[in-house]
Design a protein around this ligand. Structure first.
Ligand code: NAP
Length: 311
C-alpha cells in the first residue's frame, strides 16, 4: 500500500519496535522474523527504551548495509519524559526540540535519514510556525523524507496543515477490536448511551478525505483477547476473546490474524503496527492480508468489542 500521499510503497502490516529486546541477538531475530514475512516498515520513537530500541535496531545495517534502502524507518519525537529532578512528562513541538530529537534518533539509528517523522502526542503549546520551520529544514537537509502525526484529532491536524508545507502522510492512533472508539464515535453520534461522549471529531473520515493513512497501534490489544487475559475478570474482553477464538477456528488461522484482519477490512486502508516480538505472532499478523473478512464477520467482532449491540 501507499503511505498517505507519499511515494512510499509500504507493507500493510508493520513492526512496532517499542518492545524490541535490548539484547541485540533477540532484537535482530524479531526484526528478521518481520523481514521474512515481507514487512518493510519499522516504527520507532526517540523515547522507546530511553533511546535503546533505536540503538539496537542499528545492528541491522552493520549486518546487512544494503538493506537500508529497501526498508522504511519511521520515528517519533515530541515527548519529553519526566526525570529525577521532579519534572513531569512534557510534550514539546518547539523548533529546537524537534531538531535536537531528530539528530538523536539519526545518531542512535546510525542512519542519514528517517523515511517518516511523526509528532508523538499533541502539544498544547504548539506553535505551528515553529513546526513548519523545523520540517522545512529537516526535509531540505535530507534528514526526513515525509512527516506525520500521532494521537491527533482532526482540528489538531488542520491547525498543523494550515502552516506546514509538507502533507501529513499518517496519523498513528490506537485502534483494535476492543479499543474501537474512533469507529464507535461515528455510530454513537448524538446518542446518550454508556456515558460516552464523542471526542474523535471525525478523525477517521478526515484522514480518509485527506489521504492521511491511519496507522493502528496496539492492534493485538496486548494479548488481552488472544492469550494474556487480564487479571480481573472483564466480561467484555472474555466475550470478545470467545468470538475471536471461534472465528480463528472457522477460518483455520491464528487468533492474532483475526484481530489484524479486522483492521485491514476497514476501507480506510489502515496500516497495522504490531508490537509482538514473537515470530509466530508476527507471521500470523502478516498473513492476515490473505484473510477475507465479510461485513457480517466485521460487525460480529465490532459488537463484541463494544460490549453491546449497535443502536
Ligand atoms: N503512537 C503511540 O502513541 C504509540 C503508543 C504505543 C505503541 N506504539 C507503537 O505501536 C506498536 C504496537 O503497540 P503494542 O506493542 O502496544 O501493540 P500490540 O501488538 O497490541 O501488543 C503487543 C504486545 O502484546 C503481547 N501479546 C500479543 N499477543 C499475545 C498473546 N496471544 N499472548 C501473550 N502476549 C501477547 C506481545 O507479547 P509478545 O512480544 O510476547 O508477543 C506484546 O507484548 C509499538 O511497538 C509502537 O511502535 C505507538
Amino acid at each position: 500500500m501507499k503511505l498517505g500521499s507519499s511515494s512510499l510503497e509500504v507493507s500493510p502490516v508493520a513492526l512496532g519496535c517499542m518492545r524490541l529486546s535490548g539484547d541485540t541477538e533477540e532484537a535482530m531475530a524479531t526484526v528478521q522474523a518481520a523481514l521474512d514475512q515481507g514487512i518493510n516498515f519499522f516504527d520507532h520513537a526517540d523515547i522507546y527504551g530511553g533511546g535503546e530500541r533505536e540503538a539496537v535496531f542499528s545492528a541491522l545495517w552493520e549486518r546487512a548495509p544494503s538493506i537500508r534502502e529497501k526498508i522504511f524507518v519511521q520515528s517519533k519525537c515530541g515527548i519529553r519524559p519526566g526525570d529525577d529532578s521532579g519534572l513531569p512528562t512534557r510534550y514539546d513541538f518547539s523548533y529546537n526540540h524537534i531538531l535536537r530529537a531528530v539528530e538523536g534518533s539519526l545518531q542512535r539509528l546510525k542512519t542519514d535519514y528517517l523515511d517518516v517523522l511523526l509528532l508523538h502526542r499533541p502539544d498544547p503549546l504548539v506553535e505551528p510556525e515553529e513546526v513548519a520551520q523545523a520540517f522545512d529544514e529537516l526535509q531540505q537537509a535530507g534528514k526526513v523524507r515525509w512527516f506525520g502525526v500521532s494521537n491527533q484529532t482532526t482540528a489538531q491536524m488542520q491547525l498543523l496543515q494550515a502552516y506546514v508545507e509538507q502533507p501529513l502522510v499518517t496519523n498513528q492512533v490506537e485502534i483494535s477490536v476492543v479499543h474501537n472508539q474512533l469507529f464507535n464515535d461515528g455510530v454513537q453520534f448524538n446518542r446518550d448511551e454508556m456515558g460516552v461522549i464523542s471526542r474523535s471529531e471525525g478523525t477517521v473520515e478526515f484522514c480518509r478525505m485527506q489521504n492521511i493513512t491511519l496507522q493502528a497501534w496496539g492492534p493485538l490489544a496486548a494479548g488481552r483477547v488472544t492469550g494474556r487475559l487480564p487479571d480481573n475478570p472483564d466480561p467484555r474482553l472474555e466475550a470478545t476473546a470467545k468470538v475471536v477464538a471461534e472465528m480463528a477456528e472457522e477460518k483455520g488461522v491464528r487468533k492474532e490474524a483475526i484481530l489484524v484482519a479486522w483492521l485491514l477490512r476497514h476501507p480506510a486502508q489502515i496500516q497495522v503496527i504490531i508490537g509482538t516480538t514473537n515470530a509466530d505472532r508476527i507471521a500470523a499478523s502478516a498473513n492476515a492480508t490473505q484473510i477475507e473478512m465479510t461485513r457480517d464477520e466485521w460487525y460480529r467482532l465490532f459488537a463484541a468489542g463494544r460490549g453491546s449491540g449497535l443502536p
